[in-house]
Design a protein around this ligand. Structure first.
Ligand code: ADP
Ligand code: ZN
Length: 763
């Protein structure tokens, strides 16, 4: 019998129990496992993989392309995974590593991150270790012994550990019975990339020594040349390539004009007193200055820049990871080695010198998938300053590139449109013109014909004899039952004709009419509203009134969730987590993530079984930390007369599953308008013009109906084309980004058609 089936057979009920009895049972029985060749690999059903994800990592759903990547590896195929930072690359190899017999060898360049990964795995009861230059000889010997005994599931190795004579090294690896090779930060093998590491070149012969062992290369680099380089240099065999969208939906983007910056930042930090974040500034001096002023204002802040010595820098970084500092003010030197998943905000005090850098820096926020903010303060003065830096003496070519990139950064800051769309297009992805979570979309302006409303207001003023102030007129319009309204007025036809608008909306309308001189106001103590010549023109319909309105923000599910947890309990849970972290000498998010704490404070689980339903609680964490968390929750609940709400989580999920089958996006009213127009016989272009929306937006609307089955795909695309596109989707395993598919098809295939086919395929 194989090691795998003995230890981790995933019969449904037994699966969790087994772990509780022996949390460390995921081990590698070298001798047994040796007999399993890749060809004999078992297949894992979708359901089994979901169970395993919950069991080992505590998560309920796979993100993005995690599932197909994992399936590809389990089938023994070479795989290239391209995912943005924070999307969850690690699970892609960690889950197969625990499921497959043998040991997974992970090559990773950053020593600090390696330790973090091993700590995180250990916290989930998975036996992992690393080999790098920070260890003593003895320690390294111990790890090697454990690896040879087959008790380790994942072994992280720094590339510089690979000796010049790689033959001995590969012979050593062979004895360990590797299940796969995971090459993290794989762009380091490419001299085109921004982070070339010559040590990585030694990996080029991996495939020669281990032709049957799958290799997974992982990177966040979106660059095509680099991707090709990775495949070529690692000699991946017919690799499956998965490219995820670079969109980070949980990050909200804001750009503010650079005025009173410090006061603005301080206000933000004070309003978000539970959160930690990074402030980027251009010069070392300003990092020190800002950090100093924050400190004076009572915020736990520190600065970080390349002028500090190494010890001091790592001290600051570690203190930030442990939440001892809430805010770090840094030059861009900060962040390379940082893997703090609960960074809630990234603020750019100064403009970045290019969009790539800016995006990478903002990407350090929200790696746990929770709502986070990226805020940039823009002034043209910063661009002028940066232009001086962009000038590289004696290198006109490089100067031109830097200038061009700076120009694009300026374009971004001054962009009149969705920030996210700009960013996505910058990285070669199509994206609709409305994201709903950037400053532009949240407050985008809309021209509205206000003639009818204005006429109602003006005629109310006229009918009541031009003797009242705004308050009375508005109450009259809204049909107030108040005794203040004269009985005679209650008989008038205009009484109550403005019920559909709120009081504030009418107040705003009065201001607008005054501002545009469609109305006069006396300037005595009891200011009364009076009509003028322009008012009469409007009333008679000889002229129209168009107003620019701020679109009202729609209440989203996410907002509703935000309100749903108990702040007091969250604070207690955070402090409990901090105590545990201090005791174990690990960063607090290693115990459980912020997301998990929020779920605890929201659903108040009262038993082990209930705890297991919370995202982030795998079986090991339940058995290790469950008692402590439950104690705090039940005590708090008793004191505050609260009961468990875990049932809500279930019903919420079940509801979601019932109402929207997987892959079907929610349909809203603006989409319905598009569908109606389409059914009326208009094509995408015509609808886009009529609705003043981008054609891609219209296509996105229609594809939602294709996905839900309400719209026949063949009304949008021929059968032949559909089949060709689907074959390409299958070939690339690509389910998120359109560009890679478009690149593989002829020019006659449009993005719109690919989008439709993808929606259809998902369905
Ligand atoms: P990357 O290497 O791509 O930058 P990580 O692998 O470090 O990202 O993952 C980022 C965070 O997301 C980690 O805290 C990880 O535990 C979490 N994560 C990964 N996959 C999932 C998932 N399916 N559900 C919830 N959280 C996840
Ligand atoms: Zn937007």
């Amino acid at each position: 019998m194989s090691a795998y089936s003995k230890e981790t057979s995933m019969q449904k009920p037994g699966f969790g129990k087994q772990m509780n009895e022996n949390p460390a049972s995921v081990q590698n029985h070298g001798a047994d496992a040796g007999s399993i060749r890749p060809m004999e690999r078992q297949t894992f059903s979708n359901e089994k993989l979901h169970l395993a994800l919950k069991h080992f990592f505590g998560y309920d759903e796979f993100r993005l392309t995690q599932l197909p990547i994992i399936e590809s590896l389990l089938k023994g195929e070479d795989t290239l995974a391209i995912m943005p930072t924070g999307a969850g690359k690690s699970i892609c190899y960690q889950l197969p590593a625990v499921l497959l017999p043998g040991i997974a060898i992970v090559v990773s360049p950053l020593i600090a991150l390696m330790k973090d990964q091993v700590d995180a795995l250990t916290a989930n009861g998975i036996h992992a270790a690393f080999l790098n230059s920070s260890q003593s000889q003895d320690e390294q010997q111990r790890v090697v012994r454990e690896a040879q005994n087959g008790t380790i599931k994942l072994l992280y190795i720094a590339p510089e550990r690979i000796p010049a004579n790689s033959e001995t090294f590969f012979a050593f690896l062979k004895k360990l019975n590797p299940s796969m090779f995971a090459i993290d930060e794989a762009h380091c093998i490419s001299s085109w990339g921004h982070d070339f590491r010559p040590e990585y070149l030694k990996l080029a012969v991996l495939k020669k020594h281990f032709p049957d062992i799958p290799v997974i290369a992982l990177t966040a680099s979106a660059d095509k040349v680099t991707q090709k380089d990775i495949v070529d240099r690692l000699e991946l065999k017919e690799p499956r390539i998965f490219i995820s969208s670079f969109n980070r939906p949980n990050i909200h983007y804001y750009i503010h004009p650079k005025r009173n910056v410090f006061a603005h930042i301080l206000d933000y930090i004070k309003k978000h007193k539970e959160d930690s974040g990074i402030i980027y500034a251009l010069s070392r001096a300003s990092t020190e200055d800002i950090a100093g002023r924050l400190h004076e204002a009572g915020i736990k802040a520190a600065y970080y820049h390349a002028g500090m010595d190494t010890n001091e820098r790592s001290r600051v970084q570690e203190a930030f990871q442990r939440d001892e500092y809430r805010v770090i003010v840094a030059t861009i030197a900060f962040g390379m080695g940082i893997d703090k998943s609960n960074v809630r905000f990234v603020i750019h005090h100064d403009v970045s010198k290019n969009v790539e850098g800016y995006y990478q820096e903002t990407g350090r926020a929200g790696r746990d998938g929770l709502r986070s903010d990226a805020i940039l303060y823009y002034s043209y003065g910063d661009i002028v300053k940066l232009k001086k830096f962009a000038e590289i003496e004696g290198n006109p070519q490089q100067t031109a590139i830097s200038m061009k990139k700076l120009q694009l950064m300026q374009d971004y800051c001054e962009h009149e449109g969705c920030r996210r769309q700009f960013l996505m297009q910058y990285f070669g992805e199509q994206f609709p013109a409305y994201c709903g979570s950037c400053d532009y979309c949240l407050s985008s302006l809309e021209e509205k014909d206000a003639t009818v409303d204005a006429q109602k207001l003006l005629s109310a003023i006229s009918r009541t004899g031009e003797r009242y102030g705004a308050g009375y007129i508005i109450d009259f319009l809204r049909g107030s039952a108040s005794e203040k309204i004269q009985p005679l007025h209650k008989e008038l036809k205009t009484y109550g004709i403005g019920k559909e608008l709120k009081k504030e909306q009418w107040q705003w309308m009065v201001q607008q009419l005054l501002y545009h001189h469609f109305l006069d106001k006396t300037d005595d103590q009891y200011a009364t509203l009076r009509l003028n010549e322009k008012s009469w023109k409007l009333l008679k319909g000889e002229t129209q009134l168009k107003l620019i309105l701020k679109k009202e923000k729609e209440q989203t599910d996410e907002d509703a969730d935000d309100l749903g947890y108990d702040m007091g309990l969250l604070r207690e849970l955070k402090s409990l987590r901090q105590d545990m972290a201090d005791r174990e000498h690990v960063p607090s998010y290693n115990i459980v993530s912020d997301n998990t704490l929020i779920e605890l404070a929201m659903y108040l689980p009262h038993s082990y079984d209930e705890l297991k339903q919370v995202s982030g609680f795998g079986d090991y964490k339940v058995s290790r930390y469950g008692t402590n968390f439950l104690k705090v929750i039940t005590t708090y609940a008793r004191e505050h007369h609260l009961v468990s709400k875990i049932q809500m989580k279930k019903t919420k999920r079940e509801k979601k599953e019932k109402s929207e089958p997987k892959g079907k996006p929610a349909v809203n009213s603006t989409m319905k308008v598009t569908l109606d127009m389409f059914n009326d016989g208009m094509n995408v272009g015509e609808i886009a013009v009529r609705r003043s929306l981008a054609p891609t937006t219209i296509e996105t609307h229609l594809s939602a109906y294709v996905a839900s089955g309400e719209l026949d795909i063949y009304r949008l695309i021929s059968k032949e084309k559909l089949e060709k596109i689907i074959a390409t989707i299958k070939m690339t395993g690509q389910m998120a980004a359109l560009k890679p598919i478009k690149d593989l098809l002829d020019d006659e295939y449009t993005y719109g058609e690919i989008r439709m086919a993808m929606a259809y395929f998902k369905k």
